[in-house]
Design a protein around this ligand. Structure first.
Ligand SMILES: C[S@@+](CC[C@H](N)C(=O)[O-])C[C@H]1O[C@@H](n2cnc3c(N)ncnc32)[C@H](O)[C@@H]1O
Length: 363
């Protein structure tokens, strides 16, 4: 970092702190992230006491909805170094929030064809994964779709499950970053064959989740990513202001298309906010990690999803024959224990048909 960058970072930090102190967290976050992007000397650490004090002030005055944003802001600034206690404070704010999140009917609308949980249960029946990994458990509805061995990751210390989980399901109370840093190598044995990423709804968290998940997946595995299609721009805001909230997870698709052209990506028009099926996984592929920071800097400032995302251009109906074709191929790959390169080669014709189907639905 040169002197100009350091000077910019320092100035941006002062601005960020000033906005925070006058109760304007949106520009505060923009400036603090810009400061970090420019190599803020000492990182965000020296500024955490102020950020935490401001979040606690929201709690004290009973504004739990704003407190949720503030704890999440702190997590966004600390990224994979976020301590679990921040997630615990976030979780407590969620539990205490009686004000909902706002947004009008249009902003909270949801659509799609088959429900994501119906689809997930169907994927479980098809693939019968030897191990299922889920990031983001909440009330347990998606984890309950598993019938075999399953591990659900969620940093909330106490989950309020609304369903009964199968006895083969296990919940690990941890953020996904902490889980992958310390427990994944021992707990993700055998390699998961199905994974559902539905944790923090900020694209850089979902991107890290995907990078880490792929490192553990079987080559014939399938990763399912939730929330790729916000139904309204308000749902895609990074700081939540609607009940229905996808955050900016939609940004993963252009990032993957650019940096991982080897993956097979199938966007489903699922209810409520679409699902992305990701196959052709390669645990040894290292293409995403080096471009992570650049992608985060480029995509974080983008406030609104393009119309093509909002209108689900190219989305494939969830009951399209291509989905079964993909699953059949993954099953065959498992039976024959194909290595990643062989799975990817076998997927090539499926990818061509997916591209043609997307093209036909692009407008
Ligand atoms: C949308 S809910 C999950 C819903 C669930 N998958 C379902 O479909 O029934 C998101 C969950 O992700 C959890 N979460 C937030 N940040 C996370 C993180 N860093 N790692 C793992 N889970 C996280 C939240 O606590 C919340 O319970």
């Amino acid at each position: 970092m040169n002197a100009a960058h350091t000077a910019y970072a320092t100035a941006a930090t002062h601005l960020g702190r000033a906005f925070l102190l006058v109760g304007q967290p949106d520009p505060a976050m923009e400036h603090l992230h810009a400061a970090l992007d420019h190599g803020l000397p000492g990182g965000i650490e020296p500024h955490l006491p102020l950020l935490i004090a401001e979040a606690e002030r929201c709690v004290t005055r009973g504004d739990h909805r704003e407190a949720i944003q503030r704890w999440q802001d702190i997590a966004a600034l600390q990224a994979d170094a976020t301590p679990e206690v921040i997630y615990h404070r976030l979780s407590a704010a969620y539990a205490a929030n009686r004000a909902g999140f706002g947004g009008n009917q249009t902003e909270n609308a949801l659509w799609g064809d088959v429900s994501k949980h119906t689809l997930l249960a169907w994927l479980h029946r098809w693939l019968q994964p030897v191990l299922y990994l889920e990031i983001g458990v909440d009330e347990g509805v998606s984890l309950a779709c598993a019938s075999g061995a399953a591990i659900g990751i969620d940093p909330r210390p106490e989950l309020r499950l609304s369903v009964e989980l199968p006895p083969t399901a296990r919940i690990v109370a941890s953020s996904s970053d902490a889980f992958f840093a310390s427990q994944a190598h021992t707990l993700l044995q055998p390699a998961p064959e199905l994974a559902f990423i539905d944790g923090m709804h900020l694209f850089e968290f979902a991107l890290r989740d995907l990078i880490h998940t792929e490192q553990h997946m079987a080559p014939w595995g399938l990763v399912v990513l939730d929330d790729i299609y916000p139904c309204h721009p308000a749902q895609a805001c990074r700081r939540r202001r609607t009940g229905s909230w996808t955050g900016d997870v939609w940004k993963l698709l252009p990032i993957l298309r650019q940096h991982r052209p080897d993956l097979t990506l199938l966007c489903l028009n699922a209810h409520t906010t679409g699902l992305l099926l990701i196959a052709g996984l390669d645990a040894s592929n290292t293409a995403l990690a080096p471009v992570y920071l650049e992608a985060v800097r480029r995509y974080r400032p983008i406030a609104e999803p393009p119309d093509a995302v909002l209108e689900r251009h190219g989305a494939i109906p969830s009951d399209h024959p291509l989905v079964v074709e993909l699953l059949q191929l993954l099953r065959q790959a498992r039976q024959r224990q194909w290595p990643a390169q062989q799975v990817q080669a076998a997927l090539a014709p499926v990818r061509e048909r997916i591209a043609a189907a997307e093209q036909a639905r692009a407008h």
